[in-house]
Unconditional design. Structure first.
Ligand code: NAD
Length: 347
């Protein structure tokens, strides 16, 4: 019987090469630090962003700036890798994925080249970061949603652009296992948030955007906030520390080969209540206005964690309030640094 603290059997040597892509970004940056802190000595971190723009760069990690939508770069990145974690994608919050569907779709090139390169390089395991946006949008029309379970992806009617790219890339992972024997693992992330991620510039997601808007209101003295949609839309948000732990557990579970699984929290909250939470953390009360024409995504979405509990005996557990306090504190520091004229990473 597994439990929340069951040790992970990785079948991985300390000096096996681990490739992590999208490492200049939010989640993969934290994943690099996680494996480094566990004592893995050969980590190759790749992102197309120039190195000074990475959120985190960890000493002793090989950091490469490469565009992995180019086949030759994917081949070079996968050379010698024992495990490959593909988290590179052109993405952002609702504002980005509703306005830049072509960019989102083009991330298919990264996974297509990288999974083939990993297979040719003889990698043992391949991880793909899918999304709750792969789920059928028809099931997400009501804020009082039924949580989404893994089988709800089919019959398919994913989020236009971004969601379909994820679903097709999942299929690549499933067929590389079925036809070519590459061990693949797929997690459907549900709204990951936390420090060291995008908080301004247009790609940020709701939790970071709320923290920034509250900070701006306090800083300007104009105690008002604009909310996208009518604020009744509901979501669950998963803290970054739970996310990296979940990736590790999913990647090293023999019962989860080529089997998409939710990686998210089941603590559902409306956007209005999320704003209230950030106000409480900041110790302010703001006047609210609603932009009904702004991108707001589906009406409701939650993660059904029955499968992850059953197979891993584990699920994300960080309370939203705890994670939001840490996120707010980090964004407050970034906000102050930017105001003081220091360089901060945008996206
Ligand atoms: P992020 O934007 O912070 O990181 C993604 C990184 O990929 C960026 O640094 C970007 O420069 C890089 N990238 C994009 N195209 C590339 C290319 N052609 N070659 C090399 N690097 C490239 O996003 P994130 O939040 O860290 O997301 C990581 C993964 O998790 C993505 O696949 C995303 O779709 C998925 N995901 C994230 C969430 C979330 O809530 N953050 C939810 C669902 C799925």
């Amino acid at each position: 019987m597994t439990s929340q603290n069951t040790p992970i059997d990785r079948k991985l040597n300390r000096d096996d090469l681990i490739l992590i892509t999208g490492a200049g970004g939010f989640i993969a940056g934290s994943l690099v630090r996680y494996f480094h802190d566990l004592g893995y000595t050969r980590i190759r971190a790749v992102d197309r962003k120039p190195l000074p723009d990475w959120y985190q760069r960890v000493d002793g990690v090989e950091c490469l700036c490469m565009d992995l939508s180019e086949k030759e770069h994917a081949i070079r990145a996968a050379e010698g890798a024992v495990e490959v974690y593909n988290l590179a994608a052109d993405m952002g919050g609702m504002g980005f994925i509703e306005h830049f569907r072509v960019e989102c779709l083009r991330s298919i090139l990264v996974n297509t080249h990288l999974i083939d390169a990993a297979w040719r390089a003889g990698a043992k395991r391949y991880f793909f970061s899918s999304s709750a946006c792969a789920y059928n949008t028809g099931l997400q029309k009501d804020p009082n949603v039924r949580a989404l379970k893994e089988s709800d992806a089919y019959p398919a009617m994913s989020e236009r652009g971004y969601g379909w790219e994820k679903l097709i890339s999942e299929m690549f992972c499933q067929e590389y296992w079925a036809e070519r024997g590459l061990e693949t693992h797929i997690a459907r992330f549900h709204n990951i948030y936390g420090p060291n991620g995008t908080w301004f510039g247009g790609r940020e997601k709701a939790p970071a955007a709320m923290c920034r808007k509250v900070l701006e209101a306090v800083d300007s003295g104009n105690l008002a906030i604009e909310i996208w949609g009518d604020g009744t839309q509901t979501r669950s948000f998963c803290f970054i520390e739970d996310c990296v732990l979940g990736i590790d557990r999913i990647m090293h579970c023999d019962d989860l080969i080529a089997t998409p699984i939710n990686l998210g929290s089941s603590e559902l909250i409306s956007i209005n209540d999320l704003v209230t939470m950030v106000e409480e953390i900041a110790g302010v009360k703001l006047a609210r206005s609603y932009d009904l024409g702004a991108p707001k995504g589906v009406a409701g979405r939650n993660s059904d964690n029955t499968m992850i509990q059953r197979i891993l005996g584990w699920e994300p557990k960080t309370p939203l309030r705890t994670g939001m306090e840490k996120t707010y504190a980090w964004i407050a520091t970034q906000f102050a640094d930017r105001k003081a004229g220091k360089r901060v990473v945008k996206d």
